[in-house]
Design a protein around this ligand. Sequence first.
Ligand code: GRF
Length: 225
Amino acid sequence: MKRVVVLASGRGSDLQSILDAVEAGWIRDARVTAVVSDDPEAQALERGRRAGATALPVPPVPKSKGGKEEHERRIIEAIEGTGRADLVVLAGYMRILSPRFVDAYTGRLINIHPALLPAFAGRDGVQDALDHGARLTGCTTHFVDHGVDSGPIILQAAVRVRPDDDRAALHARILKVEHQILPRTVDLFVQGRLQVEGRQVHIRPGDTWMEKVEPVPEALYPHGF
Ligand code: GRF
């Protein structure tokens, strides 16, 4: 049974999509063992508790008590305290992780970003795409490296930007495909079908979720989904 730990700072709908896929048996031989949040009030913690995962609130640490380095040490301690994590997923975790943290989970640390990386990396990819006048945007799952939203890409899905879109409407459309792409990424990882060679992530042949999911109208799904 692979152990998946999710870091989330807020609502946790991406986390929920993983929990639901495990519950539905779409992700087999894995479970979310813990949810870590830098916000003790995050709804993501409650979602984890309801699913039987350990909820681990780890609030930020003032500079006077060690700041980011101490905060990340406490997060690692909390994660390892629940048993070795086979995969750590950043699902709406809003803090930049240090190279030290990334190195502790190299090859088993993934993130989801609400844009088609490398376009619109950073804090608000949804608004950045709108502001730039993009016609297509979407979401990306990727392995985390020392950069911001810059590691090897695993899956992406594209959605149309509509002329009347505001941030909320566009983000809601992107989230619909996030909730399919992220659990599928976890599934591919726990199946051992992801092989990273430099910037390329090769997906070994196997099943597809295209017959399983209700396709989001007009969305474009990637090879490997
Ligand atoms: C998602 O859009 C994710 O791509 C971004 O933060 C958002 C988290 O949403 N990094 P939720 O908290 O999972 O609903």
